[in-house]
Design a protein around this ligand. Sequence first.
Ligand SMILES: NC(=O)c1ccc[n+]([C@@H]2O[C@H](COP(=O)([O-])OP(=O)(O)OC[C@H]3O[C@@H](n4cnc5c(N)ncnc54)[C@H](O)[C@@H]3O)[C@@H](O)[C@H]2O)c1
Length: 253
Amino acid sequence: MERYLKNKKILVTGGSKGIGKSIVDFLLVNGATVAIHYNRNEASLKNTIEKFPYKAIPFQFNLENINSIPSFMENVIQKMGYLDVLVNNAGIAISSDITGPDNDWINTWNKTMDVNLNATGFLCKKAIQHFLSMKKGGKIINISSRAAFRGDTENYMDYAASKAGMVALARSIARAFGKRGIVAFTIAPGFVQTEMAQQFFNQYGKETALDQIALNNLTNPEDIAPFVGFLASGLADHATGGTFDINAGSYVH
Ligand SMILES: NC(=O)c1ccc[n+]([C@@H]2O[C@H](COP(=O)([O-])OP(=O)(O)OC[C@H]3O[C@@H](n4cnc5c(N)ncnc54)[C@H](O)[C@@H]3O)[C@@H](O)[C@H]2O)c1
């Protein structure tokens, strides 16, 4: 993989923990230069930055500040020189009680849409403009979810809706910009053992998650990262518009 990634400059959102951190580590080990976007967890990036000087470059930004996305992207592109790939990984999943106050429900809905879909859409717009101006194409990889296709529980309808939006976004980009060298993909994980899934495990137990899959162990972030590396490498460009299910066989179980 190193042969294909070593000259690539890649922005990964939410790169300080969970799936994002694993993607960052895989890309760096395989020679890519990575703009590591994070919100709060700079300390967790210390080792990575020390281990990969000039290759691992941190950028702090709260994706709820939608209007500042253009200046965030400008800063990233200026420091990196250019970008080849955008990986939209950052996301939130907040439990929201349908029987609770309307205000709480709509606030959670809006926050989820802002981080998962609105910020992603705006980041894609800025990346596409950059790719077009460079005239050398580009790649966008959206980390969506199995929830986009099968829906989610009553407390996570906003999450499922936001993740479904990410799928249509990637497909639209693939369709509209393919002839100008831009490809776009969706990865749709099932449960992955991170902080995000921990709230489900706490509520329902890991056995419930295991009952939904064909394999006998739950997916880890390291099971997702190599696939992102493969899509970023350029070896899979003819799969543009595609969705890749990494859910331990839950659709065939
Ligand atoms: N863990 C799972 O079971 C699972 C399943 C399917 C899809 N996913 C998706 O994978 C992606 C990564 O999730 P994870 O499991 O690693 O979760 P996580 O909670 O460990 O990490 C989420 C990341 O998003 C970032 N983030 C959240 N809100 C932000 C904000 N306002 N501004 C900037 N960054 C923000 C966090 O800093 C963190 O780096 C998410 O998009 C999630 O929806 C996760």
